[in-house]
Design a protein around this ligand. Structure first.
Ligand SMILES: [Zn+2]
Length: 713
């Protein structure tokens, strides 16, 4: 049974989705604090890994051969190994005694100085994290995936390796798997071989790296091959059903690659580059050496490209191939050298593609966020290993923008090149970096260091001065702001004066979003008719009440080439003009929207809420919406469906089972959402009884999680 109400929706999926996107965006990676545990008397040179993955049991059977040089005599060496089952350890081909405390494998033996040893470990893993198995237990065909997320020290969950980022070695990976899938890993694929119904993919790397950057991704993939202007092969992976999305998703990939090589001035350090989308990824993207894994919510069509594209994340992960992978922080106190740099170089790439003002608007946006953080007394120093992502990423990028200006373009680039060449394939601290930048320029960067890296507060006034000096748009915007504040009347004439003086769509969109309440209907009509999509989108997202006089103009926005605009207008038109609901639903029927199905989920909800809308299809629409909570859909789709069903219709037994399933999801954000929703439901007796009755269908983990909640009163 479905209850229909004609009341106002209590949540706006548009805002909800955008907020979620921002969260995803800010959470590019976890920030990490790794405590040094270096074995400085031993140097590991090479690791040859051979693993066989069984997705049905979620286990890995593996062996690894390490070559190590002993610099000073020691009586033991160790490897980090989280809950690995060690089967055999051999030193120089002879069985040797080793202890395994579920965290480390320690080999006890007198190792002699200046000698090279070979250490073989045969092991089995049943990783509870770091390796993720998706889609192997459902009835769908083709959605099966296995992939890793190893930052900052998690590779030891599937391979005896080094949680310490300062241990860099050359890795070669052999992976055996069902031959019908594609196996992707770091390095160059040098051979494949079929054996016992499995296929073995052999990857070779020729330069050393930290263990956390080891990665593989397995699934049903096709690829598009492109080449950088310097001849580096780039493989762009996609799901077979997404071939039409390859162009918009990967738009500008080679342009970004070429730009970064030229801008940084040091050749791309690895043999090849691959980009692989995966489902329900934990972050937006991860820069594994030569093999970026990213969230398939960035796989998109050309309309979505206009609203939110992969360009920034694409450039960010690519920039990490130098900043993070080639030169790696010693520990978390130098995390700026990874995230600040990747964010800054991604911004530079966007500046190259979208223009100077685009770059400054982004800097202005982050300056505002950082100012807010400082104002709340929550400002963080860039040298603080516990700082949050806003600090590491955005304050970090600001610091580099300022540094480049302070020492000059030329010296900045030369300093960066000196730094990368000197510390390539090694580890660095912030002070190592600053020293390289000071050298050659003979400038003293201690004032810069204190202001931008040590001080917790964000120097907003300095940032604003820079923006006024360098950006025409922002200079104009600040002047307008001042005029608006000091004038007592006729705000629109002030706005019009500035409007006429600029051709910048970004500035106009910003003015619209900031001052839409001051705009007359006549002026808005003009904007809806003549201005760019960006301005129309700013109106669509800002305006709440739609006056009858502008009904026709607002309706035309349903056809705009932006999913954000379409979604906003469908919702707002439906609310504002109740008599026309059928018309709005008819003309947006079948639009899916972003990969989170934002428009489709909203549409189904509105269709169900609209009295007498296609009564014969009501049940079908309900079933479709209800189905979206199922684990065969991505987190974003599931969360959208839960949210709307909860607000409007309530949950079926299947939805409840899906929710319980979601409380065990590998993505902590989604798991947290599901757990809090479940807690809310359990407060209601009706739901508690139903969930209790359903508990016979729970699996072991679900039961363990819920049984306490069901008992407690
Ligand atoms: Zn990053």
């Amino acid at each position: 049974m479905i209850y229909k109400t004609n009341g106002i929706l209590h949540l706006n999926i548009a805002n909800f989705n955008r907020m979620k996107f921002v969260i995803l965006f800010l959470a590019l990676h976890s920030c990490l604090v790794v405590h040094s545990q270096h074995q400085d008397k031993v140097d590991f040179i090479q690791g040859k890994v051979d693993i066989k993955i069984d997705p049905m049991t979620e286990t890995i059977a593996g062996s690894v051969t390490y070559k190590l040089e002993v610099l000073q005599k020691v009586d033991s060496v160790f490897l980090d190994a989280q809950n690995l089952n060690v089967i055999e350890v051999k030193l120089n081909n002879k069985k040797v005694k080793a202890t395994n405390n579920s965290k480390r494998i320690v080999v006890h033996k007198r190792f002699k100085a200046n000698k090279t040893y070979t250490l073989d470990i045969t092991y089995a893993a049943n990783p509870k994290q770091t390796v993720y198995f998706l889609g192997w237990k459902d009835d769908l065909f083709g959605n099966e995936q296995v992939w890793t997320q190893g930052q900052g020290k998690y590779t030891s969950h599937w391979l005896p390796s080094f949680d310490d980022m300062t241990e860099k070695l050359e890795y070669d990976l052999d992976i055996s798997f069902d031959k019908t899938y594609e196996v992707i890993a770091n390095g160059a694929l040098v051979a494949t071989k079929e054996l016992d119904g499995l296929k073995k993919w052999s990857f070779d790397m020729d330069s050393p790296m930290s263990s956390y950057l080891l990665a593989f991704a397995i699934g049903d993939y096709r690829k598009k091959e492109v080449v950088s202007s310097t001849g580096v092969p780039i493989s762009l992976y996609f799901y077979p059903s997404d071939s039409a999305m390859v162009e918009p998703t990967y738009r500008y990939t080679t342009a970004i690659f070429d730009f970064l090589e030229k801008e940084i001035g040091v050749p791309y350090p690895w043999q090849n580059y691959k980009e692989v989308p995966v489902r329900d990824f934990l972050y937006a993207g991860m820069e594994n050496t030569g093999t970026t894994i990213f969230s398939d919510s960035y796989v998109m069509d050309s309309i979505a490209f206009v609203d939110r594209n992969f360009v920034n994340v694409n450039a960010h992960e690519m920039a990490h191939q130098w900043f993070g992978n080639l030169v790696t922080e010693v520990d978390g106190s130098s995390h700026w050298l990874h995230e600040g740099f990747a964010t800054y170089y991604a911004l530079l790439a966007e500046k190259e593609l979208f223009g100077k003002e685009y770059y400054y608007w982004k800097l202005y946006e982050t300056a505002n966020q950082l100012k807010e953080l400082s104002n709340k007394n929550m400002g963080e120093a860039l040298i603080d290993p516990k700082a949050g992502s806003l600090t590491f990423y955005e304050k970090g990028a600001w610091a580099l923008h300022v540094l480049r200006h302070e020492i000059g373009e030329n010296d900045f680039r030369q300093g960066i090149q000196r730094y990368l060449k000197k510390y390539g394939f090694k580890n660095v601290t912030i002070d190592n970096f600053l020293k390289e930048m000071e050298m050659g320029t003979h400038s003293d960067l201690s004032a810069f260091r204190n202001r931008w890296l040590v001080d917790k507060n964000f120097p907003f006034d300095e940032a604003k001065t820079i923006l006024v000096r360098e950006s025409e748009d922002l200079k104009t915007f600040f002047e307008l702001q001042k005029d608006m504040m000091t004038s007592s009347k006729d705000n629109e004439s002030i706005i019009k004066k500035y409007w006429k003086s600029t051709n910048s769509d970004q500035l106009k969109a910003k003015i619209t979003r900031t001052y839409y309440k001051s705009l007359s209907q006549d002026f808005i009509r003009e904007l809806l008719g003549n201005e760019s999509m960006l301005v129309r989108q700013a109106l669509a997202t800002s305006i709440v009440q739609l006056p009858l006089d502008l009904k026709y103009e607002y309706e035309s926005l349903l056809n705009d080439g932006s999913y954000i605009t379409k979604e906003e207008m469908l919702y707002k038109l439906w609310i504002n003009y109740p008599n026309e609901r059928e018309k709005y639903l008819n003309c947006t029927k079948g639009i899916i929207g972003f990969s989170n199905k934002n428009i489709r989920i909203l549409w189904l909800t509105l269709a169900l809420l609209t009295k007498d809308y296609e009564p014969n299809n009501t049940n079908e629409y309900y079933l479709e919406l209800s189905r979206y909570t199922s684990p065969v859909y991505t987190n974003e789709v599931r969360q959208g469906a839960f949210q709307f069903l909860e607000q409007l219709i309530g949950f079926s037994d299947n939805n409840l089972l899906d929710l319980v399933d979601a409380t065990q999801h590998h993505s902590w954000q989604f798991r947290k959402y599901a757990r809090s929703l479940l807690d809310q439901l359990l407060e209601k007796k009706e739901y508690k009884d139903r969930i209790d009755r359903l508990s016979v269908k729970f699996n072991k983990e679900e039961l363990r999680y819920i049984s306490n909640k069901l008992i407690s009163e």
